[in-house]
Design a protein around this ligand. Structure first.
Ligand SMILES: [Zn+2]
Length: 79
């Protein structure tokens, strides 16, 4: 007997073996097929990386600015 389940993301009817297990679900399977989970994880990873990259760049620029200001201030007080 083959049990199929509709993926809530791509709406395709797939065999339950195409879904990962999720004990918190009533049927013990995730509501999205593995392909959709993989795609979502990939997108989330890219988004996260993109956001982190932007944060690091912004932070780096901020640090540079503060360090330069401190350096300039020290330099002035020494002279
Ligand atoms: Zn799917």
């Amino acid at each position: 007997m083959t049990t199929t389940k509709q993926c809530s993301a791509c709406k395709a009817l797939k065999d339950v073996s195409c879904y990962g297990s999720d004990a918190s679900r009533s049927d013990g399977r995730e509501h999205r097929c593995r392909a959709c989970i993989a795609r979502k994880n990939r997108d989330a990873y890219r988004k996260r990386r993109g956001a982190l990259g932007a944060t690091y760049r912004a932070r780096g620029r901020q640090l540079m600015t503060n360090e330069n200001l401190l350096f300039l201030a020290k330099d002035k007080s020494q002279n």
